[in-house]
Design a protein. Structure first.
Length: 363
């Protein structure tokens, strides 16, 4: 007869996969951003140095969080959620605008994207709420309560950042699904989600314009980025043109180091390199699923499930956008795209997952 006990060890496989993605991301960022950095700031390593600094802070945060008891962090979840609401409201009034989107708050010489913090806050908060409604998670009332709790942050974030609002909504649906043994009720959630997205699309004309660009990018000037990204993917072939040898990053794909970096990966490393990257992401999601399955309590399982959902949604949406499978939504590729706030909080999430792995069940 098997006996359950707690195994107090970090998940080394998860840690290794995270470090592989971090190193690969820095290498590809240096290759992709060198031209833009030299043209705009007379420093080919400009974006790389900023990302390296944020990554160093993120690795430090990951280590510190991984050594903490995650129950202490979930105890702060309500305060984190309220802070996320305050910061998201502040963006509406004091936010900095970049490329037509107001998503950043200035902190002296640094800028901060509150929506990245909101993702972590939502994961912790929903895990905290669900843990305290154990035994009643299969009711429609529980599902409705979670959606009502999510609506304020989704509405605030979605005002200027629809893609992140969709991710937050997706995280909520995934956590409800994990906690709820029934499936039929999710048909209603799906219909409500479609209705919510439809309303948000209709609120701004530029969102409807993105749908038109997606259907026929050659008809619109703003479809230039999509077309050039597809050229990059196609020109990479099976093995790519070689690291640092991309032509499309030389101003043809605007801001290639951001959302479109996957197209440059395809061009320089080819189908083989892109496939290997997707495999690493798949392995990362698998490790998160293993940890969530073998966690000692519901709270830990929900935290890992939320992180898994966040990673899966963001990776799938980014690659779908780059390949023009869905309309452009402005979503970064985790650990790879340029963005200090993004990599900082992603590594913080990985620290949370490592903290949960220290208390998993071993049978």
């Amino acid at each position: 007869m098997s006996q359950e006990k707690k195994k107090e060890t970090l998940d080394i496989a998860l840690l290794a996969l995270v470090l592989i993605l971090v190193v690969f991301g820095l290498v590809m960022l240096m290759s992709t951003s060198a031209y833009n950095g030299r043209v705009k700031f007379d420093d080919s390593a400009y974006y790389f140095k900023k990302q390296l600094f944020a990554t160093a802070l993120g690795l430090m945060a990951m280590y510190l969080i991984s050594r903490m008891d995650y129950h202490r962090l979930t105890a702060l979840a309500p305060a984190c959620y309220v802070l996320a609401l305050i910061l998201s409201t502040a963006v509406l009034f004091f936010g900095q605008e970049y490329n037509g989107s107001k998503r950043w708050l200035a902190l002296g010489p640094l800028s901060f994207q509150p929506s990245e913090f909101s993702k972590v806050a939502v994961i912790l908060f929903l895990a905290w709420v669900t843990e305290r409604t154990r035994g009643r998670t299969d009711s429609f009332g529980f599902m409705a309560k979670i959606m009502v709790l999510l609506l304020p942050i989704v509405g605030l974030v979605g005002t200027n950042n629809l893609s992140t609002a969709i991710i937050i909504l997706g995280i909520g649906v995934i956590l409800i699904f994990v906690a709820n043994p029934k499936y039929l009720q999710f048909v209603g959630i799906g219909l409500a989600g479609v209705g919510f997205i439809t309303v948000f699309l209709a609120m701004e004309s530029y969102r409807l314009e993105r749908l038109a660009i997606w259907r026929d990018p050659e008809k619109y000037e703003k479809g230039f980025q999509t077309i050039q990204g597809l050229y990059a993917i196609g020109s990479g072939g099976v093995f790519g043109t070689g690291l640092g040898s991309s032509m499309q990053k030389l101003g043809f794909v605007p801001e290639a180091q951001n959302d479109m970096i996957f197209s440059i990966i395809c061009e320089e490393l080819g189908l083989v390199g892109a496939s290997l990257l997707i495999i690493v992401f798949a392995l990362l999601l698998w490790r998160l699923m293993v940890i969530a399955t073998h966690t000692a309590d519901l709270e830990g399982s929900l935290i890992c499930a939320g992180i898994l959902g966040h990673m899966a949604i963001q990776v799938i949406l980014n690659i779908a956008v780059v390949t023009n499978t869905i309309p452009n939504t402005g979503i970064t590729l985790p650990f790879i795209s340029y963005g200090g706030t993004s990599v900082l909080f992603l590594l913080g999430e990985m620290g949370l997952a490592l903290s949960v792995s220290r208390c998993r069940k071993h049978i």
